[in-house]
Design a binder for this molecule. Structure first.
Ligand code: NAD
Length: 220
């Protein structure tokens, strides 16, 4: 399977390029790539894996549509309009978007949903901690986790040092508090999760997919 990477010079793109076997790596796209270079990578790829910026993701979509190449994207920070534009391309190619490619974070989301069904009169809050160069706040993961609960989440974002990603979720009641938290020790989980999804999405029907679709396919 030939893989092209959007965001090749970034924190996650660099890890991805080391994880992919040389013979499977078609090439990378960064903010310095010309349209001709982008076209060349896309047309020779069986699947594109993207950790870049919303602008970069939207720029690559017409190329992916033209050459019918599926896209797995972990880029965060899309505005509502930008995300609608991303989704509009799922009519033509399969697209999997995940704000977090960690399987543990996906399980955390499922737990939060269950807890929220029971703890209906508890307040819900999230602290999201990331490295100080992260561009979006709250994190895409915090927004994704907030969507799992019925009450409105209070979100606090801390940007400091080189933190890979901590999410601390509290259900606070009058007499007790339930905390569910996740810590990424390094960024490998995001890259390997995206690669697993990339292998899975090739050959799928054009539509939007989530990590939940991918995980569901693994449950026997
Ligand atoms: P980074 O800033 O280190 O790298 C960004 C990459 O995108 C660089 O290669 C840069 O050249 C490229 N890029 C930026 N603008 C571009 C443009 N206009 N055209 C072409 N290329 C462009 O960022 P990072 O830490 O690797 O994260 C990238 C994205 O992935 C962010 O949105 C981040 O929040 C997200 N992320 C998602 C997950 C997840 O599991 N879903 C995990 C970590 C990071």
């Amino acid at each position: 399977m030939k893989i092209g990477i959007l965001g090749i010079t970034g924190r996650i793109g660099t890890i991805l390029s080391k994880m992919i076997a040389i013979e499977d790596f078609i090439g990378g796209i960064s903010s310095k790539s010309t349209d001709a270079e982008i076209e060349n990578v896309v047309k020779n790829s069986d699947v594109l894996v993207d950790f870049s910026s919303p602008k970069a993701t939207l720029k690559i979509l017409p190329f992916a549509k033209k050459f019918k190449v599926p896209l797995v994207t972990g880029t965060t920070g899309f505005s509502e309009n930008e995300f609608e534009e991303l989704k509009s391309y799922a009519k033509y190619i399969p697209i999997l978007h995940a704000n977090n490619f960690s399987v543990c974070v996906q399980l955390m989301a499922m737990l939060l949903k269950k807890c929220s069904e029971v703890l209906t009169d508890f307040d819900f809050s999230i602290i999201d901690k990331h490295h100080k160069k992260k561009k979006d706040a709250p994190s895409g993961t915090a927004l994704f986790l907030a969507k799992q609960v019925s009450s409105k989440a209070q979100i606090v974002s801390i940007r400091s040092g080189n933190i890979c990603g901590d999410h601390i979720c509290d259900f606070s009641g009058e007499n007790e508090m339930l905390t569910i938290s996740h810590r990424a020790f390094n960024r490998n989980i995001f890259a390997s999760g995206a690669l697993d999804c990339a292998k899975w999405i090739v050959g799928k029907e054009p539509r939007m997919y989530t990590m939940a679709d991918f995980l569901q396919s693994k449950i026997k």
